[in-house]
Design a protein around this ligand. Structure first.
Ligand code: AMP
Ligand code: MG
Length: 193
């Protein structure tokens, strides 16, 4: 019997502006935060940050303020195609179920893969943890990650809007949901419709 049940929790940061992008620029992934959760053990077992060099945009002062990431830092990163290759080759992206807070991260990957012709690295089993959290707590409005941590009584560890730390905190929220109701573990690993 498989004694580890792994889930990839992913949070991306992307180039952004206070308003619309400058002419010719598009929002592109600059960091992929990834925390590996063992649902069986109820633990976060690994954390990663993949820095990604944008090709059609640069990191604005606004974006640095939000994420803490600078252009110099992301210049040391890999290209988007290599980042997707690493997700599949080293992090089981194609075979493990994955999860994120909301649908933004999944849509950003879909969009950017389509725009660049890079193969989409993930499989079909994706869970929007924000939707599950909202249902579990019967909230009227879907909360941001920071608010959800408050509701759950969990600490916000590290820096909000850094992909690596956001993924780590979303993983804690995910495990919290499983501890409230073990049936959530099935929902996280079941094939999506
Ligand atoms: P988050 O995971 O909440 O850090 O957000 C992911 C990405 O969404 C960021 O890297 C930005 O590209 C974008 N984003 C989040 N919040 C804002 C904001 N207040 N203004 C502009 N873009 C944002
Ligand atoms: Mg984030």
């Amino acid at each position: 019997m498989e004694d580890r049940e792994l889930l990839n929790v992913v949070d991306v940061e992307a180039t952004c502006w206070d308003g619309q992008p400058p002419p010719g620029a598009v929002s592109e992934i600059i960091e992929i935060g990834l925390t590996v959760v063992d649902l069986h053990a109820g633990e976060r077992v690994d954390r990663h940050s993949i820095l990604v060099r944008p090709a059609r945009s640069t990191v604005s002062a606004f974006c640095t303020e939000l994420t803490g990431l600078t252009q110099e830092e992301v210049d040391t990163g890999v290209g988007f195609a290599e980042a997707c290759r690493l997700l599949a080759a080293e992090h089981g992206a194609g075979t493990r179920p994955w999860a994120s807070w909301g649908d933004y991260d999944r849509h950003q990957f879909t969009r950017q893969c389509q725009a660049t012709g890079v193969p989409y690295p993930f499989g079909r089993r994706h869970t929007n943890v924000k939707a599950v959290f909202t249902e579990a707590y019967e909230l009227r409005k879907r909360p941001g990650m920071a608010r959800a941590l408050e509701v759950a009584g969990l600490p916000l560890e590290g820096r909000h809007h850094r992909g690596e730390d956001d993924a780590w905190n979303i993983a804690a929220l995910t495990l919290h949901l499983v501890s409230l109701d073990p049936r959530h573990a099935h929902r996280l690993t079941a094939p999506s419709a």
